[in-house]
Design a protein around this ligand. Structure first.
Ligand SMILES: NCc1[nH]cc(CCC(=O)O)c1CC(=O)O
Length: 310
């Protein structure tokens, strides 16, 4: 019997941390694991913003090819980097327990506040730029790309006064000491999937291996939340360069999803918050997306698509 699970992943430190985390979760099952690092287009192109390269699959395509040709069993991704529709042969089978999904401010400047005048914030996420323009219009957003370590080097080199990043990545990489502020999800709503690691596989992966992943890696509440968020994203048809947001959480037996879209200049925001049972999470996500689109979201989306192409 072939009792080894080959795990495909990007080669960045964060991606490798995540792959090792998944390997650790698999270990008690008795299966061996092997980590296979794979370079993606997004890792090679560092000088252009993701919105301009075209977001679809930049960090996932080469990995998915290896799932399709059977050279890896599963792929490990940050759930938020996955586009809302996968190739027909592939599926998501598990989501790790989510870390706090919020963004954080990283800086070494004493007395720093997002409310201060004349501050330069390093980010290249369209969602973070738009929320900054909306909530902190006096702040300037400066484009910073690269992996976490590179961004922190750029912060230390003075290219910006602070960075806004996902708490999850910062924590996994051990940079908690640079966190100045936790930005609340109640207003700076996270993007779909932030904070959880998703496991993707070929639909034809063996029953035994699928069962191991589902049993040892999946966290049911996180899965319910992210499936609802992804149903929202799929109906909205926005890639990761669109400043959409979607965050679901459980309270007792109810799942609540808050999701929407914000214009690039931060002036218009459409958001909807509603609850359902976790079993109805996908319908909830879809319904919220349709409501967002009908209430002005479709116009915002059209304007953004035109702006990105320009
Ligand atoms: N866009 C890159 C990316 N993909 C996942 C994370 C953080 C980890 C996570 O959300 O699980 C990050 C860094 C960031 O946005 O700060």
């Amino acid at each position: 019997m072939n009792k080894i699970i080959r795990i495909g992943t990007r080669g960045s430190k964060l991606a490798l941390w995540q792959a090792n985390h998944v390997a650790d979760l698999i270990k008690p099952s008795g299966y061996q694991t092997e980590i296979v690092p794979i370079e993606t287009r997004g890792d090679k192109i560092l000088n252009v913003s993701i919105a301009k390269i075209g977001s679809k699959g930049v960090f996932t395509e080469e990995i998915e090819e290896k799932l399709l040709d059977g050279s890896i069993d599963i792929a490990v991704h940050s759930a938020k980097d996955l586009s809302s529709s996968l190739a027909d042969e592939l599926e998501l089978i598990a989501f790790t327990e989510r870390e706090p999904a919020n963004d954080v401010v990283l800086t070494t400047k004493k007395g720093f506040s997002l409310k201060n005048e004349g501050i330069r914030i390093g980010t290249s996420s369209t969602r973070r730029v738009a929320f900054l323009r909306h909530f902190y219009p006096q702040a300037e957003a400066v484009s910073i790309r690269g992996n976490l370590q590179t961004r922190i080097e750029k912060l230390n080199a003075g290219q910006c006064d602070a960075l806004i990043l996902a708490y999850a990545g910062v924590h996994r990489m051990g940079y908690d000491n640079l966190i100045m502020e936790q930005i609340e999800t109640s207003y700076f709503v996270p993007p779909v999937g932030q904070g959880s690691i998703a496991i993707e596989c070929h639909k034809k992966l063996s029953f035994d291996k699928k069962e191991v992943i589902e049993r040892w890696v999946n966290h049911v509440q996180t899965e319910d939340c992210i499936r609802a968020e992804r149903a929202f994203l799929k109906t909205l048809e926005g890639g990761c360069s669109i400043p959409s947001f979607g965050y679901a959480w459980m309270e007792g037996n109810m799942l609540t999803l808050k999701a929407g879209i914000i214009s690039l200049d931060g002036k218009q925001v459409v958001k909807v918050k509603r609850s359902s049972s976790p079993e109805e999470g996908k319908e909830l996500g879809k319904g919220i997306a349709n409501e967002v689109l009908a209430n002005g979201g479709a116009d915002i989306l059209q304007t953004i698509k035109t702006a990105i192409k320009a």
